[in-house]
Design a protein around this ligand. Structure first.
Ligand code: SAH
Length: 208
């Protein structure tokens, strides 16, 4: 099998977890590619909540969904900071979300000065973990190539690395020999049940 691209890897994690009838979140709508992907997985009985702070993103996404024949009952496009995610979702959805996708950086084709910023990104990531159901996952495509992007990527990685391993599994999917600071994926799964890390008397960790 060839190595999956960064975007395909994020999609594979999500495709594995979102079933018809599920609720999913696109935390960075942009041009709506991930919103459309999630709406396809969630199906008629499911729902996608999508966030962006730019009207252009909502307009582009609405057009993409409509031209793909996705009924408007399947999605809600929110002109809102994703840091407000937990407050903006219906209370019944909190703790029941199958997947949250982030695609950081700027909206291609729009104002490149409107970018995701570390403080709100980190708040949104905490909110994403709060809204996920057990077994659900958050994917974050980070872009170290633009100004501020490397610091944001490093902050997201540090955030993921500090998560309690008894409650979350966190990983990085990254090509290490590509040039020009290519994007990479940070993914977190909320464990189905927390577990105890057993330390044997040999000091080996056995965490399955
Ligand atoms: N870099 C990707 C696209 C990222 S789009 C690519 O090249 O394909 C990122 C989107 O996040 C933009 O549309 C931007 O408006 C949005 N955004 C920025 N800050 C945000 C915030 N605090 N809450 C929600 N969306 C935000």
């Amino acid at each position: 099998m060839g190595f999956l691209s960064v975007l395909s890897f994020a999609h594979a994690i999500v495709r594995d977890r979102v079933r018809p009838g599920d609720i999913a979140v696109d935390a960075t709508m942009g041009n709506g590619h991930d919103t459309l992907f999630l709406a396809g997985l969630a199906g008629d009985g499911g729902h996608v909540y999508a966030f962006d702070i730019q009207e252009t993103a909502l307009a582009n996404t609405a057009e993409r969904l409509a031209s793909s024949g996705i009924p408007s009952s399947r999605y809600t496009l929110l002109l809102s900071d994703h840091a407000e995610m937990a407050q903006r979702l219906p209370a019944a959805a909190v703790g029941g979300v199958a997947a949250v996708m982030f695609n950081l950086g700027y909206l291609p084709g729009a104002d490149h000065s409107v970018i995701t910023r570390t403080p709100s990104t980190l708040r949104a990531l905490d909110a994403a973990l709060a809204v996920l159901r057990p077994g659900g996952a958050a994917t974050v495509v980070v872009y170290p190539g633009h100004a501020g992007g490397a610091d944001e990527a490093a902050a997201v990685e540090a955030w993921a690395a500090a998560l309690d391993p008894s409650r979350y599994q966190a990983m990085v999917y990254r090509f290490v020999n590509q040039r020009n600071a290519p994007p990479y994926v940070i993914a977190v799964e909320k464990r189905k049940s927390s577990f105890i890390i057993h330390t044997s008397n040999k000091g080996e960790r056995n965490d399955v």
